[in-house]
Design a protein. Structure first.
Length: 103
């Protein structure tokens, strides 16, 4: 029963945190420096999620040929830069990873 109370409390806390931004709309004006930095938040969050997956192998940073995920990521980045097609980028990244892992 304690687990259910914990999940309920966590849900309420999460709801309150997210609702606070909606409720504050129009009542609070963040500083200019803060608003200028907001466009960089998505790319910083995505980089923080993706970079460890590309660079770490068994908890150690591997930047050479022994890291197929890194090179598959490079292929995906190049495909994304040239064609700007999400499905093509994901597909090419997966194919590159498959090929590099089987070599």
């Amino acid at each position: 029963m304690n687990l259910w109370w914990l999940m309920l409390v966590c849900g309420v806390v999460t709801f309150c945190i997210r609702y606070s931004f909606i409720a504050a709309e129009g009542h609070y004006q963040p500083p200019t420096w803060f608003r200028r930095l907001l466009p960089f938040v998505p790319i910083a969050a995505l980089t923080a999620l993706v970079a460890p997956e590309l660079l770490l192998v068994h908890g150690e940073m591997v930047l050479g040929g022994g890291n197929p995920r890194l090179w598959a990521g490079v292929v995906a980045i190049v495909v994304a830069a040239f064609w700007r097609n999400t499905l093509l980028t994901i597909g090419c990244g997966f194919v590159a990873l498959l090929v590099l892992q089987t070599i």
